[in-house]
Design a binder for this molecule. Structure first.
Ligand code: NI
Length: 182
């Protein structure tokens, strides 16, 4: 397995609509494994392929992982879930608000309102068709990750004013990062 580079806004790969996967084969499974390890390493609960620069419809999620000092990866494993071509087939009218963050929008957070429950159709790690009913944090996370596959970031759900504040902070952060690199 390998730890992949995380792409951050405003990288254009994050704005692209990702392509569906034909079959879940060994290449895709390797990608899923690498994404899972990267997600644990970088302290995320979900990761979508565009965030590691791959424009296909793959998502990994673990909302039950163990937190801790040790970030070497797979020892954080709680209940890892793998999704290929995930598609929301039902969403509740009831909404919930969560203060979202994103590995591609580092260190910045914003309150996003989304349907509280969803049903999602997808192909699993073995390429089998599955359906899942999600609520709570899992529902929020799945919707956030599917957004990534459609080139949408959580900041796109915020008001223009809040989004601009976040984008300005991001710019500042990346300037600081450049200073450190030099
Ligand atoms: Ni994200």
């Amino acid at each position: 397995m390998a730890i992949l580079k995380i792409y951050t806004a405003p990288d254009p790969v994050l704005k692209r609509v990702a392509a569906p996967v034909d079959t879940v084969d060994d290449t895709i499974r390797k990608q899923m494994d690498d994404m899972l390890e990267t997600m644990y390493h970088d302290d995320g609960i979900g990761l979508a392929a565009p965030q590691v620069g791959i424009s296909n419809r793959i998502v990994v999620i673990d909302v039950e992982q163990k937190q801790g000092e040790d970030k070497t990866g797979l020892n954080r494993k709680g209940n890892p879930m793998f999704f290929a071509n995930p598609e929301i087939i039902w969403s509740s009218e009831e909404c919930s608000v969560y203060n979202e963050g994103c590995l591609s929008v580092p260190e910045l957070y914003g309150e996003v309102e989304r349907p509280a429950s969803v049903r999602v159709k997808y192909l699993d790690y073995d390429g089998k068709e599955q359906e899942i009913a999600a609520e709570g944090l899992l529902a929020t996370c799945i919707q956030h990750e599917i957004d990534h596959l459609n080139g949408i970031l959580f900041i796109d759900h915020l008001s223009a004013l809040k989004r601009n504040i976040i984008l300005r902070k991001l710019k500042k952060l990346s300037k600081n990062a450049e200073v450190e690199v030099l």
